[in-house]
Design a protein around this ligand. Structure first.
Ligand code: OAD
Ligand code: ZN
Length: 228
């Protein structure tokens, strides 16, 4: 059986990285139109770089929590394929030893808006950085902004079509296309489970809801899947 797991900011919350829509979330403190759109970047690249530089610094200092560890164990030990798709731009799944498809990009990456080359981001990016490939000064974080196409959509789609079990962990289900994955999985005949601190707006689409902090609920769920 193939398990497809979608993770969101809630899986990294207990590693000290903020979520977006909770009270004190990033989108209550920052205007997403200013820092997470191509238009905002065109208006004020220094502001956008400062936002992602701060998040990159937080992310490199963060450690994976028990939820990331358990998902890495599941991917290693489950007798079937475990695909982790994350909306998160931190590297905590990888730090725990898992492979994840980063549909919203990664803080560890930089990209040239002129020639589309990608390379490892320095800790601090600046509007005056030059592309190592073409020399243009149009470098940006390799992150998907609102209004842009998420990454790896074809391969994610094909995994969803083959899913026997779909889990959404720590995501509010407010942002498409990720919010629509549960519908795709249901269409493929998958069982669906939501793991979240509280039922999300789309909780009704899941066969099962496991409510509580990811660091406690995910290890229990993984134990259940791995027990013979
Ligand atoms: P949100 O901030 O929208 O949702 C976080 C979810 O995690 C909420 O449903 C919380 O209840 C839940 N949560 C918080 N702490 C938790 C914990 N300890 N254990 C389990 N669940 C917990 O974040 P995302 O759904 O990831 O995109 O947001 C999706 C996208 O919107 C992000 O990738 C980002 C953002 O705008 C872009 O920047 C393109
Ligand atoms: Zn370039």
């Amino acid at each position: 059986m193939k398990i497809v797991i979608l993770t969101g900011a809630g899986v990294s919350a207990e590693s000290g990285l903020g979520t977006f829509r909770d009270k004190n979330g990033l989108w209550t403190r920052y205007d997403l139109n200013e820092v997470a759109t191509p238009e905002g970047f065109a208006r004020d690249p220094a502001k956008v770089h400062a936002f992602y530089n701060a998040r990159r610094r937080n992310a490199v200092e963060a450690e994976p929590n028990a939820a990331h560890d358990a998902l890495a164990t599941l991917q290693r030990e489950f007798r079937g394929e475990v695909v982790i798709v994350t909306q998160n731009v931190d590297g905590l799944h990888e730090a725990a030893g898992a492979d994840a498809l980063h549909m919203h990009g990664a803080l560890s990456g930089a990209r040239c808006a002129a020639c589309h080359a990608t390379w490892g981001a320095p800790l601090f990016m600046s509007p005056t950085d030059l592309c190592p490939s073409c020399g243009a000064s149009s470098t940006r974080p390799d992150i998907v902004w609102f209004g842009e196409m998420p990454m790896h959509m074809e391969v994610i789609q094909s995994h969803l079509n083959e899913a026997g079990l779909f889990a959404a962990i720590g995501t509010s289900g407010e942002v498409y296309p990720a919010a629509g994955f549960v519908m795709e999985a249901l269409r493929a005949g998958a069982d669906t489970v939501e793991i979240n601190l509280e039922p999300s707006g789309s909780a009704g689409l899941f066969h099962r809801r496991l409510i509580g902090p990811a660091s406690e609920v995910v290890p229990r769920w993984v134990d259940e899947l791995l027990s013979p």
